[in-house]
Design a protein around this ligand. Structure first.
Ligand code: SAM
Length: 362
């Protein structure tokens, strides 16, 4: 089945030639009329995929208290910016807000700023977060830069458009989306040097794929500028690893993997997050060691919190709660695939639960 966006892309590529994977992804996710995020709320069991805050309130509660402790550890500055890029349904921020209401001064000092490019999801968030002192922005550059910043992002960076390059001798061929007959197909540009990938010649072989995410680099630089000059911390949760590992471009539709080119605008397109690239783009911030989500949540007290909540539950509700706890933390589920990194100004304490980075991961 073709889609309205497929027709638009076919026409555009026939007229102007192949587009980069980043251009293709950006159109598929955020085209104003046909983009996946721009036109729908894809989260939850009725949607295409679910996320940690939608699985259990404990995720936001524990990370909220982690941010609040970090705020206390840096002298409880007031006012401060509490920011979230890509807030989905607003569930994470709602849970953070509820969990931190007992932290003296936290709510009075916090100005909530949400960065959301999708008008549809912004409306869902506004309803969910009614009553919070919240402001919405389309891009991270609009965040205030005159106050300390505590920022949390869950599954935001994986949605940012990536570019892919295939090693060819000392050069690189970029993967692009072209047209064959009436179908979108993947192709490769002619080999060319890529100055930004010079450092990858040492750890790749002929034919290897390397991914870059220019949008993520820009977002991290904007965060770093604010945290380095004003203080605060950024906590980033996503699936990915330290370094870019081959082709991770994927589509998910109806809770199953799909062909990323088959139905543009109808599937969620993502790629694994390269945390090393995020940390490097956040210069001069100091970063923690990359930690599996399951380990961090356990350190932040998931076990006792889960038991406390379980006391008031019976039957199917209790069963769901047990399975949500397992899903968030088990290494075979989200516990290991999802990783977390914290970034702070040089010399500032890391938020609770995080270890300093080892020398070989800088
Ligand atoms: C996978 S959802 C994650 C939602 C939420 N953080 C959660 O954990 O449930 C990705 C979110 O990022 C937003 N988003 C994607 N690309 C964006 C961009 N370039 N600028 C701002 N928001 C973006 C989407 O609209 C959506 O809210």
């Amino acid at each position: 089945m073709t889609t309205p966006l497929a027709d638009i892309l076919l026409r555009r590529i026939r007229a102007g030639g192949p587009v980069t994977l980043a251009d293709y992804m950006a159109e598929c996710l955020m085209h104003p009329q046909h983009g996946y995020y721009a036109t729908r709320d894809p989260l939850g069991t009725a949607g295409d995929f679910t996320t940690a805050p939608e699985i259990s309130q404990m995720f936001g509660e524990l990370l909220g208290l982690c941010l609040a402790q970090s705020w206390l550890d840096q002298g409880a500055p007031a006012p401060f910016v509490l920011a979230e890029p890509g807030p989905g349904r607003g569930t994470l921020m709602a849970d953070i807000w509820r969990a931190t209401r007992a932290v003296p001064g936290f709510h009075a000092a916090a100005c909530v700023h949400l960065i959301e490019a999708s008008p549809t999801l912004r409306a869902v968030q506004a309803e969910r977060l009614a009553g919070l002192p919240a402001t919405w922005h389309t891009t991270i550059d609009a965040l205030p830069d005159d106050a300390p910043l505590w920022l949390i992002a869950n599954e935001f960076f994986d949605a940012l458009p990536i570019r892919q390059f295939q090693r060819s001798g000392e050069d690189w061929r970029e993967r692009v989306v072209g047209v064959q007959g009436d179908r979108l197909v993947l192709g490769l540009t002619a080999p060319a040097p890529q100055r930004d990938l010079a450092h990858r010649l040492a750890d790749t072989a002929e034919g290897d794929i390397v991914e870059t995410c220019p949008g993520a680099t820009a977002v991290m630089a904007a965060i770093a500028r604010r945290v380095a000059t004003r203080g605060g911390a950024a906590v980033i949760v996503d699936y990915g690893d330290w370094g870019s590992r081959g082709d991770t471009f994927q589509a998910v539709q109806g809770h199953a993997y799909a062909d990323p080119l088959a139905q543009p605008g109808m599937a969620d397109l993502t790629a694994h997050v390269d945390f090393r690239a995020l940390a490097q783009a956040a210069h001069p911030l100091a970063h923690s060691a990359l930690i599996p989500q399951g380990v961090l949540l356990a350190r932040l007290g998931l076990g006792p919190r889960a038991e406390r909540l379980a006391r008031g539950m019976v039957g199917a509700v209790l069963e769901n709660h047990r399975s949500a706890t397992h899903r968030l933390t088990d290494p075979a589920e989200m516990g290991n695939l999802f990783k977390v990194i914290a970034l702070v100004a040089p010399g500032a304490p890391l938020p609770p639960g995080f270890d300093p980075a080892q020398k070989d991961t800088t």
